[in-house]
Ligand binder design. Structure first.
Ligand code: MG
Length: 261
C-alpha cells in the first residue's frame, strides 16, 4: 500500500489516502498516515478518488517525531569525502520541522553559500520497532556550515531541509530494500547512480543500533545515507543555486522533485 497525505485544490485541511496508479483514494474513516503506520491497518481505502495530478502531495507524516540521519553509509561516498569507513553507524538528527513536502520549493537559508543534495532511502518506522515502509528523501545539506561547525544540526536540520515522499510504500510491497536502484538528477543531469545494495550498514543493523538507546516510534524517519556523486565531491564542486531542480528516484518507491528557491 502507498500511503499519502495530500491537499485538494483550495482546501487547507490535509487528507490521507492510498495511491493507486495515478489516483489517490481517500481514507473515509478519518485516519491519518501516522494512524495507519501505528496500527498496521492495511485495509484498502474506500473514500473519494482524486487524480494525483489534481492534488498537492504533502510530507506523508507532516511532522515526524524524530528524523535520524546516518552519515557516510556508502563506501564510495565515504571515499569521495576523504573519510575512513565508519566502524559503527554515524548518527545525527534533523529537526522535525525540516520535514517538507516532496514537491515544494526548498528555501536556502541566507547564511548558506554551499547547498548540496543527498538522495537517500528513508526508512519509516511503525510500532514496536518494526519497519513500516520506505520513502525517497533528500538530506539537503549546507556544506559550509557542516564543515565549520562541530555539530550538524544547523547544516542539516534547517527548515524544509528534508523533503520526502512522494508517499510511504509499505514494507510488504518491497521485496528487498537492499536492492533498489537510487538516482539523483540536478536540472536533468544524472549525479548519483547507485543501489541500496551498497549500504555499509543495512536497515536491520541501523534500526537495532538506534534501538540500543532510544525507543523508535511510529512515523520516525531514518535517512540511511547517500551514495557518491554529491555536488561537493565534483571537480570542480557544484553547489545548488536558486532555480535548480533536484529529482531523486528510487526503484519501486517513486520520485520526489523540488526546486531550490
Ligand atoms: Mg545524508
Amino acid at each position: 500500500m502507498k500511503l499519502a497525505t495530500f491537499l485538494l485544490p483550495g482546501a487547507d485541511a490535509p487528507l490521507a489516502g492510498e495511491v493507486r496508479g495515478d489516483t489517490v483514494v481517500a481514507f473515509d474513516d478519518g485516519t491519518t498516515v501516522l494512524d495507519r503506520l501505528a496500527s498496521g491497518d492495511r485495509t484498502p481505502a474506500t473514500g473519494a478518488e482524486h487524480p494525483l495530478a489534481d492534488v498537492r502531495l504533502l510530507a506523508p507524516v507532516p511532522r515526524p517525531r524524530a528524523i535520524f540521519g546516518i552519515g557516510l553509509n556508502y563506501a564510495a561516498h565515504a571515499r569521495e569525502t576523504g573519510k575512513e569507513l565508519p566502524e559503527q553507524p554515524i548518527v545525527f538528527m534533523k529537526l522535525p520541522s525540516s520535514a517538507a513536502a516532496p514537491g515544494d520549493d526548498v528555501p536556502c537559508p541566507a547564511v548558506v553559500r554551499r547547498l548540496d543534495y543527498e538522495g537517500e532511502l528513508a526508512v519509516v518506522m511503525g510500532s514496536r520497532g518494526e519497519v513500516a515502509g520506505y520513502a525517497v528523501a533528500d538530506d539537503v545539506s549546507a556544506r559550509d556550515l557542516q564543515k565549520r561547525e562541530l555539530q550538524w544540526t544547523r547544516a542539516k536540520g534547517f527548515d524544509n531541509s528534508c523533503p520526502y515522499g512522494p508517499w510511504i510504500t509499505t514494507a510488504d510491497e518491497v521485496d528487498d530494500p537492499h536492492r533498489l536502484a537510487l538516482r539523483t538528477w540536478v536540472n536533468g543531469e544524472l549525479r548519483q547512480d547507485s543501489s541500496t545494495s551498497d549500504l555499509i550498514f543495512g536497515i536491520p543493523a541501523i534500526v537495532s543500533f538506534l534501538g540500543e538507546t532510544c525507543t523508535l516510534e511510529p512515523g520516525d524517519l531514518i535517512l540511511t545515507g547517500t551514495p557518491s556523486g554529491v555536488g561537493q565531491a565534483l571537480d570542480p564542486p557544484q553547489f545548488l543555486e536558486s532555480g535548480d531542480v533536484v529529482r531523486i528516484e528510487i526503484e519501486a518507491l517513486g520520485a520526489i522533485e523540488h526546486r531550490i528557491a
